[in-house]
Ligand binder design. Sequence first.
Ligand code: SF4
Length: 383
Amino acid sequence: MLWSKQYAEFGLSDIYEKVQNGERLSYEDGMRLFECKNPLAVGALAFSMRLRLHGKNTYFVRNRHINYSNICLINCLFCAFRRKENEEGAFTQTHETILEKVCADDGIPFAEVHVVGGCHPTLRLSWFEELFKKILIARPKAVIKAFTAMEIAYFAKQEKCSVLEVLERLKLSGLSMLTGGGAEIFEPVLRKYLCPNKISADEYLSIHGTAHSLGLKSNCSMLFGHIENFAQRVDHLCRLREQQDKSGGFVCFIPLPYLPQNNELSGEYQEKLAKIFDNAQFKNNSDVHMGLERLRTIAIARLMLDNIPHIKAYWVMLGVKTAQAALAFGADDLDGTIVEEHIGHMAGANSSQALTRTELEQMIKDSGLTPVSRDPLFRKTAQ
Ligand code: SF4
């Protein structure tokens, strides 16, 4: 741990004091942390905060990802997962196939079924209501976490009803929690370039607020390392923190590094947009994908999001080694076993498709921390 004297050398002694006293950091503090020449000092500060919040406890979940389809009507430029109907590589799974997967590891209990897949042209809300009921019959102890706020808005449009009604129906059919995806970067001008057909930041936050009002929990996220600048990252974190002050249902924040393969954003277009948004990282190039800047962003998220309990190091997108390092930069959760994943891997993630419970536990122990098996709501489960 670095001492306060050293933080004074970085010009951060006031931030150091605030963190030690559990005081909230300002937008300006967030910017100074991004500008600090020593990312390790930022990481150490975030680690001290995670120790205060969780001690050495470090969480993982035995889970199963289900990507029901990659056919989606929304065309986000960064997305490598999406396909048009009839396009090569497009897939839609049936209830039967999904249930086979959910039941495949019979005898090995898992705590979470994570269901995402985009805005499908023909699958209706009732298809998912039925699916969730069937999953819970097959796996009565599992908690269903599903959909981003984008899909919820899409269902409301498809069914010609309110977001509240969609969420009430899904809750009745067994949904416990929304995923955090779809947040990307909130700043509206950048968002229009990045994902022109997606719901706005206000809609994203309002849908999560509505879910929280019904007793549903949710995660939240930020996609970073593409064309955004540091100010837009800090603004994003501040908006999530404001929403959490209002509705209180965010359980975990997931920093998602942008993966550049197989999408419409990468290349010359990304370079042009990065110049528009004065993205210093992109201008210095190659830094964009460097692990240390990812770790710094995770640390700043921990420090800024004082009201969101958990920070996830999502090993699928970060890679296993960076995810493990993130545990020393403020993250306290490694996600889970996953089993089968399409979204990050179609964008170039070179992590494996699955980790075993033993591997996750070992990663945590090797970091000098204590593994804790959890469900999606971060309730401890049997080891
Ligand atoms: S990110 Fe989600 S909403 Fe956007 S194109 Fe991909 S699947 Fe569709």
